[in-house]
Design a binder for this molecule. Structure first.
Ligand code: NAP
Ligand code: MG
Length: 491
């Protein structure tokens, strides 16, 4: 027994870890061979007569064929949404709430199937799809169902009126969850919706359309049009939209802002980030290391609020890096359908190429690269967890969003220097502060220009908590009362 304990201690210390047997998730994903557009309460063939393949980044296998919506298809979706708006917005809030509760429960009923589909389509580890994406998506519907009949408390003394038809465009990193963030508040307030998921991850949105149909939502209240950037542009431009809600890259966000200037359409933008995770010498180091790991490797680092810049106090740099490298050795990168996998597949070949290009640029600019030894599957898109040390504020890997499992490490000496470096970015979405002193946390957090600042934690989310950016990370909030108000007119 004593020997076994020693063996375990040795392995923890030297990273000589035991092999894990494969633990594949085997539940069916319920993915159809082909999906039409969801317009007016039913799946319809696209007027474009065009379809595209959806593949799995796990092994590059084709999963399904998805309709490619052109301008005429988008116009049909807006017409259906406009037709549904008067009756839906006039329904008593309690009635709209019933539909939202129903959607939340239907999603819970099919949670496992949705988790498998999300993992297959997007590449995230099944553990995360199962324990985070799907339950959080249901939680957003439950939360907003609760608001639907209490809108007079959301804006006391004022009348809160639906805006009309809302156009929503979402990215590929949390496909189902972003759909929930967008649909739930819009519907609670009585808006109707045209939503476009990202080209590489449309499947769970289309499966959600089945729930919308099963919940008996009046036809046209939610319409889902699939396609790539051009379809998104058609959603943004259509004259019927009273508001556009966009989550995606800062580049596309800027284009949308220019496009909408002078149209009177409302706009919220949730864009990129380059979050600082600040670790002070008085922090609980082991917890901070877990927080750093979670901050950058959760969802392969495809997280807009990822803690992608580690700012560590100089006095503890070597200890933190030693522990971080040891912890990185125990991360399992590979098949996202395996329940033991920590880091799954990169969402697309294009994103894999972007990560590779940026990391190579970092190395050629002098970064010291550290990657634990790991065997990556031959097929599919995989990238080993990566640490880039010896970098400065001017390195591309410190300035640009990599959106992958890559952490850049910087050091600081004083709290002022930490704040200055953390704020030295065009973005302002998130930050983390690790310290044993509550007063230090409050002093530092209040100076950080970021929409969310976590204290001794990272990547924690809740439907009641508003989320959004400063500077080039966008404007407007999602979640909480603040997020709800973005979908209404105050009178
Ligand atoms: P993206 O290229 O901006 O795409 C986002 C969505 O917009 C996709 O559905 C995309 O369609 C669509 N789109 C592309 N060009 C468009 C155009 N001209 N007009 C209208 N829609 C257009 O971003 P991404 O690469 O998919 O997502 C990663 C980025 O999103 C990262 O920068 C990340 O930080 C950001 N993000 C931010 C948040 C947040 O809450 N702040 C959350 C998640 C992600 P296709 O993909 O089908 O081409
Ligand atoms: Mg896919």
């Amino acid at each position: 027994m004593a020997t076994k304990k020693k063996q375990v201690a040795r392995e923890l210390l030297f990273g000589d870890f035991w092999e894990f047997d494969p633990a594949p998730e085997t539940a069916p994903a319920g993915i159809a061979d082909r999906y039409g557009l969801f317009i007016g309460g039913e799946f319809v063939a696209p007027k474009s007569k065009k379809w595209f393949d959806s593949i799995s980044p796990r092994d590059e296998a084709k999963l399904s064929e998805i309709a490619l919506a052109n301008e005429a298809d988008v116009a049909a979706a807006y017409a259906a949404a406009a037709k549904a708006f008067p009756a839906w917005s006039k329904l008593p809030g309690a009635e709209r709430g019933k539909y939202l509760y129903r959607l939340a429960r239907l999603l819970q009923d099919r949670a496992r199937e949705f988790a498998v589909a999300e993992t297959l389509d997007g590449g995230k580890p099944i553990r995360e799809a199962r324990d985070f994406d799907v339950p959080m998506a249901a939680a957003h519907f439950f939360y907003h169902a609760g608001w639907a009949d209490k809108l007079e408390y959301a804006a006391p003394g004022r009348d809160l009126r639906a805006l009309g038809v809302v156009g929503q465009v979402i990215p590929w990193n949390f496909p189902l969850l972003m759909l929930a963030w967008k649909l739930a508040p819009a519907l609670a307030l009585g808006n109707t919706v045209v939503l476009k998921p990202a080209e590489t991850t449309s499947i769970t949105a289309l499966k959600f359309a089945e729930l919308i149909r099963d919940a008996g939502l009046p036809p046209g209240v939610v319409n889902i049009v699939t396609g790539a950037g051009e379809t998104g542009a058609a959603v943004v431009r259509h004259k019927t939209a009273a508001k556009i809600a966009f989550t995606g890259s800062t580049g596309v966000g800027k284009w949308i802002q220019r496009e909408l200037a002078g149209t009177g359409k409302r706009l919220t933008l949730e864009l990129g980030g380059k979050g600082a995770n600040i670790v002070f010498e008085d922090a609980a180091i082991d917890q901070a290391v877990e927080g750093i790991i979670n901050g950058i490797f959760f969802n392969q680092g495809h997280v807009c609020c990822a803690g992608s810049r580690l700012l560590v106090q100089e006095s503890i740099e070597s200890e933190v890096l030693r522990k971080l490298k040891l912890r990185m050795k125990s991360l399992r990168t590979g098949d996202p359908l395996d329940k033991n996998t920590d880091i799954g597949a990169i969402n697309s070949k294009r994103q894999w190429e972007r990560i590779t290009e940026l990391v190579e640029a970092g190395v050629s600019e002098g970064a010291e690269i550290h990657q634990p030894a790991c065997e990556l599957p031959e097929k599919g898109f995989y990238f080993a967890p990566t640490l880039l040390c010896g970098v400065t504020q001017s390195h591309r890997v410190v300035k640009e969003e990599i959106f992958g499992p890559v952490l850049s490490v910087l050091t600081f000496r004083t709290p002022d220097e930490a704040v200055e470096k953390a704020n030295n970015t065009a973005y302002g979405l998130s930050a983390g502060v690790w310290t044993d002193k509550g007063s230090k946390y409050l002093a530092v957090a209040s100076q950080l220009k970021a929409g969310v600042v976590w204290g001794n934690s990272f990547n924690k989310f809740d439907p009641t908590s508003p989320f959004g950016g400063f500077k080039e990370s966008g404007f407007g909030r999602e979640g909480g009362r603040q997020g709800l108000l973005e979908y209404g007119e105050l009178e």
